[in-house]
Write a protein of this length. Structure first.
Length: 179
């Protein structure tokens, strides 16, 4: 038996059409569960009508809203700080080998920068070698994998990138409501 239909009618504040009212009454007479539910609901309604309502202190809405806005702003700042710290850590991990190439701290800053730039330029052939290797591997894989699978992988990669960018935007640049 579908009790949900009758439960919705029992808790409804709107008057029911006569045919639904008759159907509800017939069901209540035949169903002990719904009869007990109706009695409990009627007693609860009486208690709610007799209860003394307590009014909040003056300015409750304003205080609650200010607290909510502070909490929201603080949560946004924490998320942004987390993203900043993680990306800074990753940047430091990737940049550390380059900073290790810089000459002795006893040398002037301009000389250390020049040495670092020279050392970075020395990496260009290595980067070209990696690019050549990856392109060779890519061509070999392209001959083995059907084009539809390549397209599927490409679309999956683009989808993951879109999700990553959306999450980065949401957690880093989310808006705080001020109204």
């Amino acid at each position: 038996m579908n009790h949900r239909f009758f439960e919705e009618r029992l808790f409804s504040d709107e008057p029911l059409p006569p045919e639904e009212q008759l159907l509800l009454e017939e069901h209540i007479h035949s169903c002990e569960r719904c009869r007990a539910l109706r009695t409990a609901w009627q007693e609860t309604e009486v208690e709610l009508k007799l209860a003394q309502w307590i009014t909040p202190r003056a300015g409750f809405s304003r205080r609650w809203r200010e607290r909510f806005l502070r909490h929201t702003a603080l949560a946004q700042q924490r998320r942004a700080l987390g993203v900043f710290l993680v990306t800074s850590l990753l940047a430091a991990l990737f940049a550390f080998p380059f900073f290790a190439l810089i000459a002795s701290p006893a040398q002037p800053l301009w000389l250390r920068v020049m040495v670092a730039l020279y050392n970075l330029s020395a990496l260009i052939p290595a980067v070209e070698g990696v690019v050549t290797f990856l392109s060779t591997v890519g061509r070999a894989i392209a001959q083995v994998i059907p084009p539809m699978v390549e397209i599927a992988f490409g679309m999956a990669f683009l989808g993951l990138m879109a999700i990553w960018l959306a999450m980065l935007r949401k957690f880093s640049f989310g808006r705080v409501r001020t109204q």
